[in-house]
Design a protein around this ligand. Structure first.
Ligand SMILES: *Cc1c(COP(=O)(O)O)cnc(C)c1O
Length: 421
């Protein structure tokens, strides 16, 4: 089946009431048929719903659709994108280990890796996304993951997924790709060798800024990958917290199974059924929306390129952009999603543009149908020192735009007025 069809039909067998819309199973827990049934479910002799911290029928439909659209084998939905990334890393690394991260990732991921995981004893080693061969020198026997974004927020750099996957394969290190900005409609990192994909569903998948959500999608064949791989001994040894269960011995995708049984059990970063339901509605129109976000953004980028007050425009859809060739290689029809960043020289000018736009809202979000304007240096990346911001391409004159679904002529007119004022 094609992605547009999967997004609308996959994973929902009409329930007993034959509702066409997926029902919201707004429940915390599930009644067991008998004491034995309860015991069998807890021991995995039987599979089924136990408690919504672990699974929920509404969330399960969202998970089935996302797994299928990404070309993965299973999906686990989380309460936010940050929860997805936290779970994916905590599933692999413990104190004394390290992970290798791209230098161009979301500000919240930077603080997660550099501060929170550091306090847990997990070191983050940074590689240059534009030069994946720099990864090799950073790998040692304590390296548990390579983490990067397919289309980075906010630099809008395009990752060479094949090259990163090749290094990961060579050393049998698991690679995790954050596919939030590109969305599964424009690229499937798993098809290019990524092992695990994470999403913030709060952005383009939600599409209207209605609900937080996250997802982890794992590829087929990770049991074989983990088996006998000394880096990931905990997948091959009995889990004392789960009656000695060995994840790679079970006939289920081991990565997400362990996140669900061990991490979600203990951490509980679970989506509400209502938010899962909202995301199911949104996913139905993602294919239409991402095309429009992309075509609107390209037109706005071309306008900005011609404006004298804009010293640089960063959008991979522009032929002059250094990532243009990679965008054409990896992204469907060369569509580049809705993010643009521009440099207007300094903070004062940037703030003036923000304050003078009328259609664009000053919001710390992306992927909404409503256009958004952000000053990363003083907001989303504020917690990163200015000199470090510069190194990752966040200058004080940088403005990030998330181009929405309004009429593009109105958006251009609004930006023109703000830039000229
Ligand atoms: C927003 C974002 C996240 C975090 O997602 P939340 O749902 O806000 O927790 C992670 N990665 C990227 C690329 C993002 O844009």
């Amino acid at each position: 089946m094609n992605k547009e069809t999967i997004a609308i039909h996959h994973g929902y067998e009409k329930d007993s009431q034959r509702t066409t819309a997926v029902p919201i199973y707004q429940t915390t827990a599930y009644a067991f048929k008998s004491a034995k049934h309860a015991s069998d479910l807890f021991s995995l002799q039987d599979l089924g719903n136990i408690y919504t911290r672990l699974n929920n029928p509404t969330t399960a439909v969202l998970e089935a659709r996302l797994a299928e659209i990404e070309g993965g084998v299973s999906c686990l939905a989380t309460s936010s994108g940050q929860a997805a990334i936290f779970n994916a890393i905590a599933n692999l690394a413990e104190s004394g280990d390290n992970v290798i991260i791209s230098d161009k990732i979301y500000g919240g991921s930077v603080t997660l890796f550099k501060h929170t995981f550091k306090r847990f004893g997990v070191e983050a080693r940074v590689f240059n996304l534009d030069n994946p061969s720099t990864i090799e020198a950073l790998i040692d026997d304590k390296t548990k993951a390579i983490f990067y974004e397919s289309l980075s927020n906010p630099q809008i750099a395009v990752a060479d997924i094949d090259a990163i996957s090749a290094v990961a394969k060579k050393y049998a290190v698991l690679s995790i790709c954050d596919n939030t900005v590109a969305t599964p409609l424009l690229v499937n990192p798993i098809a290019h060798g990524a092992d695990v994909v994470v999403h913030s569903c709060s952005k383009y998948i939600s599409g209207q800024g209605l609900a937080l959500g996250g997802a982890i999608i794992d590829r087929e064949g990770l049991s074989e990958f983990f088996k006998g791989n000394a880096r990931y001994a905990h997948f091959n040894e009995p889990d004392e917290s789960y009656q000695g269960l060995v994840y790679t011995d079970l006939p289920f995708p081991p990565f997400n199974l362990r996140v669900r049984l061990a991490l979600q059990r203990d951490v509980g970063a679970t989506p509400s059924p209502f938010n899962s339901w909202l995301l199911i509605q949104s996913l139905e129109t993602l294919s239409l929306r991402i095309e429009k976000h992309s075509s609107n953004a390209l037109k706005v980028a071309k306008f900005l390129e011609s404006h004298p007050k804009v010293s640089s425009v960063n959008y991979p859809g522009l032929e002059t952009n250094s990532y243009h060739a990679l965008a054409n290689k990896y992204l469907k029809d060369g569509l580049c999603s809705g993010l643009i960043s521009i440099d207007v020289g300094d903070k004062e000018t940037a703030w003036k543009v923000l304050d003078n736009t009328k259609l664009f809202s000053i919001v710390a979000n992306i992927g909404d149908s409503k256009s958004i304007i952000t000053h990363p240096s003083s907001t989303t990346h504020q917690q990163i020192p200015l000199d470090e911001q510069k190194k990752i391409g966040i200058t004080e004159g940088l403005i990030r735009l998330s181009i929405g679904l309004e009429n593009v002529d109105d958006l251009i007119e609004d930006l023109k007025t703000a830039l000229d004022s």
